[in-house]
Design a protein around this ligand. Sequence first.
Ligand code: FES
Ligand SMILES: [Fe+2]
Length: 334
Amino acid sequence: MLENKLSRHYWHMIAHRTELPANNDFLVLKWAHGDIVVFNDADDLIVFDNLCPHRGTRFFIEPAGNAPAYCPYHGWSYRNGEVRVPNPERFKPCDLTRARLNKFQVDWCGDFLFFAIEPCMSLVDQLGETTTTLEDISFNISGRSDLNQYDFECNWRIALENALEPYHIDLIHTDSLGVLKLQDGENKFYGLNSEWRAEVGDERLAKRLKTMRRLFSIDFQYEGYLSLYIFPYAMLSSTFGYSYSLQNFFPSAQAGHTHFASRLLTVPTPAASVAATSAFFESTAKVNRQVFNEDHDICRRVSLSALETHDILSETEEKVRHFRNALQQVRTTT
Ligand code: FES
Ligand SMILES: [Fe+2]
């Protein structure tokens, strides 16, 4: 099955280093195979299945926070790379070395963390030329200011195809993203990944955005709207590099559902502009939430079977075609 191949054999963008700066910081995302935990274990960021190795209780039930990896059922825990079992002598007939977390492989692109189960290639090969842009972005992020998770009532491919085309912006995001009046812009394709850069067409807004540059301590930006598709389930987008929205569209075990998660990643700010940028990040998070609700509302009206039958695509939907081809490649090769 396509989703199994994608989930098992490819790398998945999961977090930014600054989202989990302290020991015991955790983040939980859902996908078709359960919950994925990202956990700061004494400064080592690890990714594992949210299941206690004893009898499978979920360690964490909150989406994010700071707490030890401690199972409240019988008190097993995980710390400094080891599963701790209270009174191990009681387990004499059992081999306690089998008591291990189901950990995933991890790798980094700059400060972005990726995980994989049995990757069919290295992370660098999977990212191709997207690597440089991702690294540049990753070194211009200071933390997370919003985490928004819910299920889209549509297949993940419908949600992703929607995220890949700007054709719908004017009608669906009239009062949100649409106010930027984004130009047609340019698509670039990097192996399985793709990128769209477009200038802000509303001159007044473009001017205002330009003058905001002094509020941030960044050394990388695209002066316009940048949207990166990180194969297979992630998108990263930004206006002028003043914040980044990281979105995951993980398949759900429930047919016709997508585990959607979006985060607003903030960028470094000099002390003098903290008040202004906090307000900016807050309003950006609010607009982003509106944009995703608008996307969700239209996506749940799209027929799943049309993914296989409807292929009349405009120039602005070129990335949708590329995505479909990438999936076809996975179906036939992995
Ligand atoms: S299920 Fe976790 S300690 Fe028993
Ligand atoms: Fe949209």
